[in-house]
Design a protein around this ligand. Structure first.
Ligand code: ASP
Length: 459
């Protein structure tokens, strides 16, 4: 066992341990969330058709504002509550368990470089798609004003425009605790959540260099991450009811128009993901992996289908490892390192999706983002791709974080939650395919032996 395997084996649960852990997000929850969306939408549209213009309209508005809407926001509050510990621990553990980059040398650095490259391209593709299709602008101005009133947009605080040099300097927090305190309401002195993320990466890197000396700390953060995810799991159990209430509140005020907008949003996300999958990855494979994209996709198909079906990079890891060695014939040392790190650390689909979602919600709420704020979105999405847990819905807390930091009401994720599972299946497929593509590219630069075909037995 080399040092990395030893260390990551030390801090990550073994497969046996992991299977004993209770599932963080319950099985089949997405069906209940979808049912919540449909019920809330139907009830809300019916209420608005039946009661608007009658003597009951003010009562409907009052009950929606004082009972239904706050109840709907309960599960979101639970998520926001653990966002700071979750993001900090996820990034620290992801970076710390990447192993000692200096010692891993070429493999580690090439993995890191390809991860940044593919995630950066993914976010750029997503943002270009939102700018071209403008899904959030398919809503009338009148409806937008209603939404702005509903989410009291005038109270939302965004990132103030500051000069580029200051923005860059503020990436390094003077006082990380101060940044954490103000991370969610925009009141931090420096760059808020982005600075907190940079702090976590620096801490994670030094823990990785410290090796065994930092092991207790890595375990501590791993445990913090796990319990924070459990809180997200509790919140998600409330999600079907929360989504029903939020959709009721939304559709009783804004009507059915919002669902047309939502269809455009789905089209934008799926279109951008398809571009990354069928244009960017093949080009990447040709240039850096020196292998035929067709042969790659047919070899990787088991992992691709599993990722789509499970919506979880972590759950797909065993299949991805088998595919990499048995079908793509990658050297085990490269495949194991890149895929294990990539299951949490490289999430191109997630980064793309987060960028599209934040810009879409900004368009829906009529929040104009400056160029610097868009740069902030790009950077945060790349980092969020590193810090997102490879489980279904793992990116939702991060979407809330990025929204908040640019002044978009994070409660808006209530709008997209009902259809999130389908998008999750698609983005997880990209996450896993991206890991395999990076493994191929890293392997093509190494002289190591290819796996002999029967190395990993098929079940
Ligand atoms: N479900 C994704 C994965 O496991 C994470 C996310 O984007 O929610 O890769």
């Amino acid at each position: 066992m080399n040092e990395t395997e030893e260390r990551s084996g030390g801090v990550r649960p073994t497969e046996a341990e992991a299977s004993e852990e209770p599932p963080i997000i319950p099985e089949g929850l997405h069906w209940r969330v979808l049912a919540g969306l449909v019920l809330g939408a139907v009830a809300g549209i019916a209420a608005s058709l039946l009661l608007k213009g009658t003597a009951y309209e003010p009562t409907l508005a009052r009950v929606t504002e004082t009972v239904i809407d706050p109840f709907g926001k309960l599960f979101l509050r639970l998520i926001f509550m653990v966002v700071v510990p979750l993001v900090v621990s996820a990034l620290i553990v992801a970076v710390a368990t990447m192993g000692n980059l200096r010692q891993l040398g070429r493999i580690g650095l090439r993995t890191l470089a390809f991860t940044v490259l593919l995630s950066g391209i993914a976010v750029a593709v997503g943002l270009t798609a939102v700018h071209m299709l403008r899904p959030g602008e398919r809503i009338s101005d009148e409806r937008r004003r209603e939404l702005q009133a509903q989410y009291r947009l005038d109270e939302a605080k965004g990132v103030e425009s500051k000069p580029l040099h200051q923005l860059l300097l503020d990436l390094l927090p003077e006082n990380p605790l101060q940044e954490m305190v103000g991370a969610l309401d925009g009141s931090s002195k420096g760059n808020g959540m982005l600075a907190v993320m940079v702090f976590a990466i620096i801490l994670g890197t030094s823990m990785s260099i410290a090796g065994s000396k930092a092991e207790p700390l890595v375990r501590w953060f791993d445990s913090l991450f796990y319990v924070s995810m459990l809180v997200v799991g509790f919140a998600m159990r409330l999600a079907p009811y929360g989504v029903a209430c939020l959709t009721f509140a939304l559709s009783s005020r804004v009507g059915a128009e919002i669902f047309l907008t939502l269809a455009w949003y789905v089209l934008t996300v799926v279109g951008a993901l398809a571009f990354q999958m069928f244009v960017v990855y093949p080009l990447f494979l040709l240039v850096f992996g020196r292998r035929s994209p067709l042969q790659f996709f047919s070899g990787a198909s088991d992992a691709i289908v599993t990722a789509f079906a499970t919506s979880s990079s972590n759950a797909t890891l065993p299949v991805a490892l088998r595919v990499a060695e048995a079908d793509l014939r990658l050297p085990p040392s490269v495949a194991r390192f890149v895929l294990t790190v990539g299951a949490t650390g490289n999430q191109n689909g997630t980064a793309l999706y987060e960028g599209v979602t934040v810009l879409f919600l900004a368009q829906v709420f009529g929040v104009e983002l400056t160029v610097l704020q868009q740069i902030t979105v790009v950077l945060m999405c790349i980092l969020a791709g590193v810090g997102t847990a490879g489980v279904p819905g793992g990116s939702l807390p991060l979407v809330a974080v990025v929204c908040r930091s640019v002044g978009v009401p994070p409660e808006g994720i209530g709008i997209i939650l009902g259809i999130d599972r389908v998008l999750d299946m698609c983005r997880t497929t990209l996450n896993v395919t991206g890991d395999l593509a990076i493994a191929s590219a890293v392997a093509s630069g190494e002289a190591g032996p290819e796996s002999p075909p029967p190395q990993v037995p098929r079940e």
